[in-house]
Ligand binder design. Structure first.
Ligand code: FES
Length: 74
C-alpha cells in the first residue's frame, strides 16, 4: 500500500509554517522556492513556462521530487 505524504505536510511536521488553502494544486497559496533539484509538478496553477523554464518554485501541497532530493527555500 502506498500513502502519499505531501511536502506541505512534511514541512509542517518539521515546524515550518507554510500557508495553504485548496490543497489540490489550484490556488498557489502553498508556493515555496526551489534552490536545487527537479520538480514533478502536479498542480494546475503554474504556467508551463514557470514549471519548465524557471523551475524555481513549486506548490508544496501536490508537487514532488523527480530525483532523490529537492532543496527548498523555506
Ligand atoms: S494550497 Fe492551493 S495550491 Fe497548494
Amino acid at each position: 500500500m502506498f500513502t502519499f505524504i505531501s511536502q506541505l505536510h512534511v514541512l509542517r511536521s518539521a515546524g515550518i509554517d507554510v500557508p495553504s488553502s485548496c490543497e489540490v494544486g489550484g490556488c498557489g497559496t502553498c508556493i515555496v522556492g526551489v534552490l536545487a533539484g527537479t520538480v514533478d509538478h502536479r498542480d494546475f496553477y503554474l504556467t508551463e513556462e514557470e514549471e519548465q523554464e524557471q523551475n524555481n518554485q513549486l506548490l508544496s501541497c501536490v508537487s514532488r521530487a523527480r530525483e532523490q532530493y529537492l532543496l527548498l527555500d523555506v
